[in-house]
Ligand binder design. Structure first.
Ligand SMILES: [Fe+2]
Length: 311
């Protein structure tokens, strides 16, 4: 059984506990979430130079579309104002700023009708973020920049929260991914050749999805351990969304979080996260307890260049 909590009155601690148990949370658009959306929308519209960003895919080649989106994503991700707006948002939903660490948000672009499904517009296959080296306590925050529908949102595959899936995470090392996988996003236009961890067995997905459809700037909050995927967009409009992750310091230290059904990655994403109050990183000795894999030759502990992350 999975419960969807809407604007819940639970304490933040209790909320995290429910999320680690697979439950989902949705929030009505708050002032800070609207401010984050407004800012993102401005950047998007500026990049598309007066064209309607949701319809631009119909008036340009996919190469031209990628040429607009590829620099737009890092511009948003690394803009100093983006971090301030995320911190405001987390404050508004009662996250303890001293104990909450977040990473820079991603901007996702999901075009309609299969126009672009790779690279900077990657249509995410069913995955857990933990297949990509996320800690069990990772919370995922997701919000649409324009109105969305059931045909352009995220799908959850909740039965797999409590059931393992044979998958490729055993071959995934986060530091190798930082070195190679991310760099190549903009060059993946017609197909995606990056080595991403995927299910290695037939999944039962049809009619089992749960799809949440928040308003513009409404937030979905869920465990990174949920199996989730991009709904194939058939809405006729390009979907723009943002998402970011947080962890709570106490839960990281105590190794609390969602149950590990099947992940076997090496490396950890914990070095990416910054404390809300001062953007400090987690202490290295805490991270090392998660760092199961040794750093490979030429691997990169933290990804810094301006590029569009995928997961
Ligand atoms: Fe994900």
């Amino acid at each position: 059984m999975i419960t969807v909590y809407h604007d819940s009155d639970l304490s933040e601690e209790e909320r995290r506990a429910r999320i680690y148990d697979g439950h989902l949370f949705v929030f009505t658009p708050s002032n800070a979430a609207r401010a984050l959306c407004d800012f993102t929308e401005e950047l998007i519209e500026d990049a598309f130079g007066g064209q309607d960003p949701r319809k631009a895919q119909y008036d340009m080649s996919v190469e031209d579309f990628v040429a607009i989106v590829a620099p737009l994503q890092p511009r948003f991700i690394h803009h100093p104002k983006t971090k301030e707006l995320i911190v405001d948002l987390l404050n508004e939903v009662a996250c303890d700023p001293e104990k909450t660490y977040f990473d820079v948000p991603r901007m996702r672009v999901s075009t309609s009708s299969g126009y672009l499904t790779s690279g900077v517009g990657y249509q995410l296959h069913p995955h857990r973020d933990n297949w990509y080296s996320a800690p069990p306590s990772q919370l995922n925050w997701w919000l649409p920049i324009y109105p969305i529908g059931s045909d352009s949102t995220v799908a959850f595959h909740p039965r797999y929260f409590r059931q393992g899936v044979k998958n490729g995470s055993r071959g995934f090392n986060y530091y190798e991914w930082n070195s190679e996988g991310r760099k190549n996003a903009a060059s993946q236009i017609h197909e995606d050749t990056r080595n991403q961890p995927k299910a290695e067995e037939e999944l039962e997905l049809a009619d089992q999805d749960v799809r949440l459809v928040p308003k513009r700037a409404g937030i979905m909050l869920f465990s990174g351990a949920h199996l989730h995927s991009t709904v194939p967009n058939t809405s006729g409009l390009t979907r723009f969304s943002i998402d970011f992750r947080t962890v709570n310091y106490d839960d990281v230290v105590a190794h609390r979080g969602a149950p590990n059904q099947d992940w076997e990655f090496t490396g950890t994403t914990l070095r990416d996260l910054m404390r809300c109050t001062d953007l400090a990183h987690l202490p290295e000795e805490i991270i090392e307890a998660y760092d199961k894999g040794s750093k490979p030759e030429g691997g990169t502990l933290i990804y810094r260049p301006a590029d569009a992350p995928v997961r």
